[in-house]
Design a protein around this ligand. Structure first.
Ligand SMILES: Cc1cc2nc3c(=O)[nH]c(=O)nc-3n(C[C@H](O)[C@H](O)[C@H](O)COP(=O)(O)OP(=O)(O)OC[C@H]3O[C@@H](n4cnc5c(N)ncnc54)[C@H](O)[C@@H]3O)c2cc1C
Length: 403
């Protein structure tokens, strides 16, 4: 049996990025939904040892290793050269964007200034509004159409190789794991490295199952077959779920209900032991620059969109500065200490990874190889009570064979 099946899939370590599809399409590897509603490689035939070794080497589900020395990384946010809040100057992009459309604003700059030929991003499928497609955009309207988060499985890397063959200057947008997978792949294929001119990620609380979206539809009393379009967020900040139907209805659900009560409960296992949920392998990471609700937690009251922006590399920082001069983005300085107030859950997530990994190891489970990500130090900050609770929680799952 291949390592892809025996190690990655058997231990539920797949993130669903689609990298193995692009590498193995000629050997019948294709992403499809499993019984839990997650995108996983479906193997049409036994794959060759050469392909299996190649996939195992670059799969972000099993290997994450930072380039930047740990001493130069922020404990929770990874490599950061500068931090900002910001938003797209184009009103349509800011409105359509999940937070402030900051990410789309950088894409608009790269395409309009002629620095990129194409962007790989994720958008609702033309055939089924609750399915995500990896799409190639090279026009402003396509970027704006694809803006907004899709809180369900998406495999943006599934189109990577043909895009690299066809174009010379590509921007890739993805979740932290998608961008880590891309980075692993480019380390292996240094001949293609210069073709990826920018890597953009957003912070990620985990990929929910497709079943989460079905539950939203059920609660809204909307038939899947009646849908004409489906958005999770955006068109405001945070913006609502919007389910448009053939008979002209638009049923909505707020972000705290859709994410907080439904989607978050369906997040895939691998995301619970994610060591990089904040996009450390990107040039720039975007997130929600939540305001304080007055009690030290993020406020989800509707406001004009605002993105949190971390410039991680020289290339990323230069892109932000140039996009600001070009006029597609507004950025304002943000002290790095403020990020934890906007993203408290990500502080906790990183603190708890180590205790969960220890529980899995004690249960003889295979865990990903994480290197140079400051996990030990983050765990030290959690304190004994939180770490023990998280350890016991994972141990219980192991004993009950839930993982
Ligand atoms: C599953 C998921 C979990 C998230 N968790 C967090 C979180 O914990 N904290 C936080 O601050 N933000 C989170 N976000 C990101 C947040 O919602 C915004 O995407 C981020 O603030 C950037 O907003 P923006 O307006 O700048 O981006 P936009 O201008 O709206 O651009 C978003 C880009 O992301 C791409 N995209 C959308 N969905 C996906 C997907 N599923 N996979 C790959 N690419 C996609 C789009 O194609 C688009 O290019 C999450 C997003 C997703 C999809």
């Amino acid at each position: 049996m291949s390592k892809l099946e025996h190690i990655i899939l058997k231990n539920d370590l797949c993130v669903g990025c689609g990298l193995c599809e692009t590498l193995g399409v000629n050997e019948g590897v294709k992403m499809g939904y499993n019984h839990k509603g997650f995108l996983r490689p479906q193997l049409g035939q036994t794959i060759s040892k050469k392909l299996d070794d190649q996939i195992y080497k670059v799969c972000p589900g099993i290997t994450l290793e930072a380039d930047v020395p740990e001493s130069e990384q922020h404990l929770y946010w990874g490599p950061v050269l500068d931090s900002f809040t910001g938003y797209a100057k184009d009103e349509a992009a800011r409105f359509a964007g999940s937070s402030g459309g900051g990410l789309s604003a950088i894409l608009l700059y790269y395409l309009e200034s002629g620095q990129a030929d194409v962007v790989i991003q994720t958008a609702a499928s033309e055939k089924d509004p609750i399915i995500n497609d990896a799409v190639l955009s090279n026009k402003a309207e396509e970027v704006i159409k694809a803006a907004g988060s899709r809180y369900s499985p998406a495999a943006p890397l599934s189109r990577l190789l043909p895009t690299l063959e066809k174009y010379d200057r590509i921007v890739v947008v993805g979740k932290p794991c998608d961008i880590a997978g891309l980075t692993n792949f480019l380390r292996d294929r240094t001949d293609l490295e210069s073709k990826v001119v920018l890597k953009l990620a957003f912070m990620c609380g985990g990929t929910p199952s497709q079943s989460g979206t079905h539950e939203i539809l059920q609660r809204l009393k909307v038939d899947h077959a009646d849908l004409t379009s489906f958005r999770y967020r955006g068109e405001g900040w945070p913006g609502n779920v919007q389910a448009h139907t053939k008979d002209g209805r638009c049923e909505t659900m707020s972000y705290p209900v859709s994410w907080g009560e439904i989607l978050t409960n369906t997040v895939q296992f691998r995301c619970k032991i994610c060591a990089d949920a904040t996009g450390a392998f990107s040039d720039i990471t975007f997130a929600d620059a939540w305001y304080d609700d007055g009690g030290g937690m993020p406020s989800f009251d509707e406001q004009a969109g605002r993105s949190l922006i971390l410039a991680r590399t020289d290339r990323g920082l230069q892109a932000l500065n140039n996009a600001k001069k070009f006029g597609t983005i507004q950025t304002d300085p943000l002290a790095i200490e403020e990020v934890a107030k906007m993203q408290p859950y990500h502080v906790l997530r990183k603190q708890l990874v180590m205790s969960r990994l220890i529980a899995l190891r004690l249960g003889f489970r295979v865990v990903p190889s994480y290197k140079k990500l400051r996990l030990r130090e983050a765990a030290m900050q959690a304190g004994i009570k939180k770490s023990l609770k998280s350890f016991l929680g994972m141990m219980k799952r192991v004993i009950l064979r839930k993982v």
